[in-house]
Design a protein around this ligand. Structure first.
Ligand code: PMP
Ligand code: GLU
Length: 397
């Protein structure tokens, strides 16, 4: 008998976190690693948010909160949905969780039965597939490519739907491709979804504010599928608050109720202090966020320009988030000393060990031809990282 459960034995480790751990270990050994693995803003949390947290401690917001989060926070999120997305979610349709990661897990574990299919466009964020597997659901992927700007078409979606399909999960802006679906593209997908009354959508909008293409669009805006959409968002990316662990959903009330029940057994609620800090964040106009967005756009342009000088590195123009997802398959079949590059994992290990730059291999996101480069770091580091990559890749023959 295995000491651990089959559940955990079958679960893959989060590869973004694994790569971040590996770079921390190498840094601790004194290696000069530039870590572009984890997707996390390098900015500090804005001062007014930190002040709100300090005040919350002094005012003794230190006890258990309601399971779905403080009422005032859910009311503030309800106003945020109206202000930014023109979405009507009453406070009782909102559940605040320990990061958007838990929000997504709550929904999947609450809705997916063994054997039900969940459609996941490639490239996907690492945790979708593993959470679906944890629920004993079956992930059904849809391929995309640089040519389609890593977006799926309504025809592809329709083809992937079977009588067992329960849900589709996707992010816009997308981690890892940076692709942003515009209103017409979302409408075309909604027109397919509406034809299948038992099909639900998790729309992961955690990168909402990091959008260089224009206005962020939510798929829940289409009234005819509103009652089948779970809109996921949070403060990690937009407000540089990854460590505070606050995410949330807006959803039909019966789904919110189910997530509350799930959360009541797992975490009771997210941390009270973090909730009070997040309340100030969502109440404020997102202008603080737009300062960071503009910095990210400048970095994106810088890195794309530098990457053009690396042979065989094919990129799209990512319209949001803070990732570039170049196709690096040009290097497959090439070698240097004991390194023989067969896939994206071999290449990311080679770049880490020989070039001291940590990236995440594309297979973690379902596309083994690519590699993910997070540009959420200072410009001088980005310049140095691309220089190192160029030098080390030139060794492969
Ligand atoms: N969704 C996507 C697409 C992400 O990149 C992340 C990264 N952290 C999350 C959800 C989870 O965010 P958090 O748990 O920090 O709110
Ligand atoms: N979402 C970030 C990433 O993709 C943080 C790591 C994680 O939560 O997996 O790198």
């Amino acid at each position: 008998m295995s000491k651990l459960s089959d559940r955990i034995n079958n679960l893959a480790e989060s590869q973004t976190l694994a790569m971040a751990k590996k770079s921390r270990e190498l840094q601790a050994q004194g290696k000069d690693i530039i870590s572009l693995s984890i997707g996390e803003p390098d900015f500090d949390t804005p001062q007014f948010i930190k002040d709100a947290a300090k005040k919350a401690i002094d005012e003794n917001f230190t006890r258990y909160t309601p399971v779905p989060g403080y009422l005032d926070l859910r009311k503030a999120i309800s106003l945020k949905f109206k202000r930014d997305n023109n979405l009507n979610y009453n406070f009782d349709q909102i559940v605040v969780s320990t990061g958007a990661k838990q929000s997504i897990a709550n929904v999947i574990l609450s809705m997916i039965n063994p054997g039900e299919e969940v459609i996941v466009p490639i490239p996907y964020w690492v945790s979708y597939i593993e959470t679906i597997k944890l629920a004993e659901g079956i992930p059904v992927t849809i391929p995309t490519s640089i040519e389609s700007n890593f977006k799926i078409s309504p025809e592809q979606l329709k083809k992937a739907i079977t009588p067992k399909t329960k849900m589709i999960v996707f992010s816009t802006p997308c981690n890892p491709s940076g692709s942003v679906y515009n209103k017409a593209e979302l409408k075309a997908l909604a027109d397919v979804i509406v034809q299948y009354p038992d099909l639900y959508v998790i729309s992961d909008e955690i990168y909402e504010y990091i959008n260089f293409a224009g206005k962020h669009e939510s798929i829940a805006q289409f009234d005819f599928i509103y009652d089948r959409v779970i809109t996921v968002n949070g403060v990690s990316k937009g407000y540089a608050m990854t460590g505070w662990r606050i995410g949330y959903i807006g959803a039909p009330k019966w789904i919110a109720d189910a997530c509350e029940k799930m959360q009541g057994q797992f975490t009771s609620a997210p941390a009270s202090i973090s909730q009070m800090a997040a309340m100030e964040a969502v109440k404020a106009e997102p202008t603080v966020s737009f300062v960071m967005r503009d910095a990210f756009k400048k970095r994106r342009d810088l890195v794309l320009a530098l990457m053009k000088e690396i042979p065989g590195m094919k990129t799209n123009l990512p319209d949001g988030a803070f990732y570039i997802f170049p196709d690096i398959s040009y290097y497959f079949g090439k070698s240097y000393n004991n390194y023989h590059i067969k896939n994206s994992n071999d290449l990311s290990m080679f770049i880490l060990e020989e070039g001291n730059v940590a990236l995440v291999s594309g297979d973690a996101f379902g596309d083994d031809n690519c590699i993910r480069f997070s540009y959420a770091t200072a410009e001088d580091k980005l310049i140095e990282a691309v220089k190192r990559m160029k030098e080390v890749l030139a060794k492969l023959k």
